[in-house]
Design a protein around this ligand. Structure first.
Ligand code: C2E
Ligand code: CA
Ligand code: CA
Ligand code: CA
Length: 282
């Protein structure tokens, strides 16, 4: 009886209880935010490296919190993942991004008709049964050209469950969308392994780009990743380019596209509108 008492006491450990309450609280807060549409999507330009011309954007979600201000995704995506709220949140981001692209295409048909909209898919979303239908439905309702849509999935997701993963990737591809492997180089996948996946684009993780101009870092790792992309006949996008040196080294290595603070930080849709509008009057 004493042992049972101790066990029961352990269940009501105040610190653990507080933690559970806080998590339930955070979850409720996130759910409320979703219902109240407190999220906003920012867009970061993706450019052609030789010319730095805009070739696309990546949609990145933020939480416009009534008290805390603009909150970045690293502060809430993990909880959204663990609670499953990432499924409705991710669907909202996808719809928002497609509506935005449709609006740009209507406003700036010449420039916007050529750009890509990249949207992140989390592992949980990817495993969600209705994903492919939802993507198809959002494409249909917004009327955007599926070829302009790029879905970004992480390398670690690909390494989890290959059979059903390949099937889902194939079904997404047959909608006409393009697929990118995000954070590439961090998951140790082998060349033969990668060949099995019907992907189109590799996004080279920022850590390799960072390495280019650090002291004992050389460009060897970045070079290897770019060459792997080439060998697989995939397009390569380098992430997190912050310096001129990284930009020129990546060009020398043959990387086609890039993204990073050197070109532009993620920002509200209006910032992209003015680039697209400017391109029209050139
Ligand atoms: P990610 O997909 O790897 O996105 C790139 C992140 O790098 C973004 O951070 C972007 O702002 C940041 N970044 C871009 N250029 C630079 C640079 O030059 N230097 C540095 N230091 N950082 C740069 P952000 O917006 O905070 O997003 C963080 C992560 O949150 C994303 O990483 C992605 O994994 C996740 N995320 C964002 N939006 C969504 C979404 O709608 N759905 C899902 N599932 N995940 C999302
Ligand atoms: Ca991404
Ligand atoms: Ca990334
Ligand atoms: Ca990342």
């Amino acid at each position: 009886a004493k042992a049972a008492g101790r066990d029961r006491y352990a269940l009501f450990d105040p610190a653990m209880y507080a933690e559970i309450l806080r998590e339930a609280d955070d979850r409720a807060e996130l759910e409320r935010a979703l219902a109240d549409e407190e999220f906003v999507v920012h867009y970061q330009p993706i450019v052609d490296l030789p010319t730095s011309r805009l070739i696309g954007v990546e949609a990145l979600v933020r939480w416009q919190h009534p008290v805390r201000g603009l909150v970045g995704p690293n502060a809430f995506i993990p909880l959204a993942e663990s609670t499953g709220l990432i499924v409705p949140l991710g669907r909202w981001v996808l719809r928002q991004a497609c509506q935005q692209l449709a609006q740009w295409c209507a406003e700036f048909p010449e420039s916007a008709g050529r750009i890509r909209m990249n949207v992140n898919l989390s592992a949980r979303q990817f495993q969600h049964e209705g994903l492919v239908e939802e993507v198809g439905q959002i494409l249909a309702e917004t009327g955007i050209d599926p070829h302009q849509m790029v879905l970004e999935i992480t390398e670690s997701l690909l390494m989890q469950d290959t059979d059903s993963t390949i099937e889902t990737l194939g079904r997404l591809k047959s909608l006409g969308v393009r697929l990118a492997i995000d954070d590439f180089g961090t998951g140790y996948s082998s060349l033969s392994y990668l060949k099995r996946f019907p992907v189109d684009i590799l996004k080279i993780d920022r850590s390799f780009v960072d390495g280019i101009d650090t002291e004992n870092g050389d460009a060897t790792l970045a070079e290897a990743v770019v060459q792997l992309g080439r060998a697989l006949q995939l397009q390569t996008v380098a992430e997190g380019i912050e310096t001129q040196e990284q930009w020129s080294t990546l060009q020398d290595l043959g990387c086609e596209f890039g993204q990073g603070y050197l070109f532009a930080k993620p920002g509200a849709a209006e910032a992209i509108s003015s680039i697209l509008g400017g391109a029209r009057s050139e």
